[in-house]
Ligand binder design. Structure first.
Ligand code: NAD
Ligand code: GLY
Length: 375
C-alpha cells in the first residue's frame, strides 16, 4: 500500500498531487482529502468497471457514491456520451459540492474532466488513470475534451483535477497493444525535453514492453515530472506547452482519417513523431540516423512508424488545417531541434512538408510491413 512517489503540478491555488505507486486505488487516504462534499460520481466504462470499480468504491465508504458506466471506445468520446454523465448527475441530484472520479483511460479522463468543468458551472474531479497513456499524459495538465466528426478534441476546456492517482498495479490487465500506445507518449518526453530519458528508454524498452513494474513506475514518474514542469510554465498552451504535441498534428490527421478508434491515439502519435522527425531531418536539425533510431525504438515498442499507406498528401493537408495549433490560417508544427529539444514553428516551406508527407512508407527507409499495424 506504500506510495512510491508523490509529484506536484505547481499551479498556485490549483496545484495538485500526482500519486504514483502500487495498490493505490484501494487506499482511502489518497481520495478522502480531495473530496469536499458528501457526494461522489464515479465515471468509468464497461471494460474498466468489472475490473476496478469495486476497489475504488471500497476506498469511498464514507461518501454517498453513484456511478455511471459509459460505452468503451474513442468512437464514444462525443457530446452524446458526455450527456450520459449529466443525465446521471441530474437524476441522482448531485449538487455543486459533488466530486467526479474518472476511472479509466484517457477517453474517460478527458470526458469526465470536461463534464466536471461544465456541470453546475464547475465541480471537483479526481483522475484515476488506468492506462499507461493516461498515467503518463492525459490525466495530468487539465486538458479535457470530446471529439467532433470534423476534428479531434475540438470541444473542451482547460480544467485541472484535484488529484491524480496513478496505480501501476492496474496496468497488468492492459492489452499489449494499449501498453504500446502509452509507450509512444513516453518516448515523446524523451524526444522533446529529456535526452537522458530517451537513452534510458533505449536501454529499457524490452522491460517496458514486458510490463516490468519497476520500469513502468520509472517511466510514469519521469514522464509526469516532465509534463508537470511544462504545464507549470504554460497551463493554457500560450507557448511552450505546445511541444507536448510532438507528432500530434500528423497523428490527429491519421486518427480522424482512419475513423476514431481504428488507429489508437498512441499509435497515430508514434507515426506522427516519425513524420515530425523526418521533417526535422529535412530541415537539417537532426541526422537521418537519428530518425531511423527513433523508428527502431518505436518498432521495439511494437508501434507503427509510418503513416497508413492509403493517406495521400491532400488528406493530411486538409485534416491538419483543423489542428488547434493553426493560427490565422497558418500551420504550426512541433519539430525537433535535437534529440531532447523541440520547438513550435511555422518556419518551414510547403515543399519540405510535402516531401515528408510524400515519403509515406519510405520515411526513414522502413516500410509498413516492418510495423505492427495490420488493419
Ligand atoms: P482509452 O481511454 O480508450 O483506453 C484504452 C482501452 O483500454 C479502452 O478499451 C479501455 O477501456 C481499456 N482499459 C483502460 N484501463 C484498462 C485496464 N487497466 N485494464 C484493461 N483495459 C483497460 O485510451 P487511452 O490511450 O487511455 O487514451 C486515449 C485518449 O486520451 C484519446 O482520446 C486522446 O485524445 C486522449 N489524450 C488526452 C490527453 C490530454 O492531455 N488530455 C493527452 C493524450 C491523450
Ligand atoms: N497532451 C498534450 C498536452 O497535455 O498538452
Amino acid at each position: 500500500m506504500a506510495i512510491m512517489k508523490t509529484l506536484t503540478v505547481d499551479l498556485a491555488d490549483r496545484s495538485y498531487p500526482i500519486f504514483i505507486g502500487e495498490s493505490l486505488i484501494s487506499n482511502p487516504d489518497l481520495f478522502t482529502p480531495y473530496i469536499n462534499g458528501k457526494q461522489v460520481m464515479i465515471v468509468t466504462n464497461t471494460t474498466v468497471a468489472p475490473l476496478y470499480l469495486e476497489q475504488v468504491k471500497s476506498s469511498l465508504q464514507h461518501f454517498s457514491v453513484d456511478e455511471v458506466i459509459l460505452p468503451d471506445g474513442e468512437e464514444y468520446k462525443n457530446l452524446d456520451t458526455l450527456n450520459l454523465i449529466f443525465d446521471a448527475l441530474l437524476s441522482k441530484r448531485h449538487n455543486r459540492t459533488t466530486t467526479l472520479i474518472a476511472l479509466g483511460g484517457g477517453v474517460i479522463g478527458d470526458m469526465t474532466g470536461f463534464a466536471a468543468s461544465c456541470y453546475q458551472r464547475g465541480v471537483d474531479f479526481i483522475q484515476v488513470p488506468t492506462t499507461l497513456l493516461s498515467q503518463v499524459d492525459s490525466s495530468v495538465g487539465g486538458k479535457t475534451a470530446v471529439n467532433h466528426p470534423l476534428g479531434k478534441n475540438m470541444i473542451g476546456a482547460f480544467y485541472q483535477p484535484k488529484a491524480v492517482i496513478a496505480d501501476i498495479s492496474v496496468l497488468k490487465t492492459l492489452p499489449q497493444r494499449e501498453l504500446s500506445a502509452g509507450i509512444a507518449e513516453v518516448v515523446k518526453y524523451g524526444l522533446i525535453c529529456n535526452q537522458d530519458f530517451y537513452q534510458w528508454l533505449d536501454a529499457n524498452m524490452e522491460a517496458l514492453v514486458a510490463f516490468d513494474t519497476q520500469a513502468l513506475s520509472k517511466a510514469v514518474e519521469l514522464s509526469c515530472l516532465d509534463k508537470a514542469a511544462v504545464v507549470a510554465q504554460d497551463e493554457k498552451e500560450g507557448g511552450i506547452r505546445a511541444i507536448l504535441n510532438l507528432g500530434h498534428t500528423f497523428g490527429h490527421a491519421i486518427e480522424t482519417n482512419q475513423g476514431y478508434g481504428v488507429w489508437l491515439h498512441g499509435e497515430a502519435v508514434a507515426a506522427g513523431m516519425v513524420m515530425a522527425a523526418d521533417m526535422s531531418w529535412r530541415l537539417g536539425n537532426i541526422t537521418l540516423q537519428e530518425v531511423q533510431h527513433l523508428q527502431q525504438l518505436l518498432k521495439r515498442a511494437q508501434l507503427p512508424c509510418v503513416p497508413p499507406s492509403e493517406m495521400n498528401n491532400q488528406d493530411f493537408i486538409d485534416l491538419m488545417q483543423v489542428d488547434k495549433k493553426v493560427l490565422d490560417g497558418q500551420l504550426r508544427l512541433v519539430l525537433l531541434t535535437a534529440i531532447g529539444q523541440a520547438l513550435v514553428t511555422s518556419d518551414f516551406s510547403a515543399e519540405t512538408l510535402h516531401q515528408t508527407l510524400a515519403a509515406g512508407e519510405k520515411l526513414g527507409c522502413l516500410t509498413q510491413s516492418d510495423t505492427s499495424i495490420t488493419q
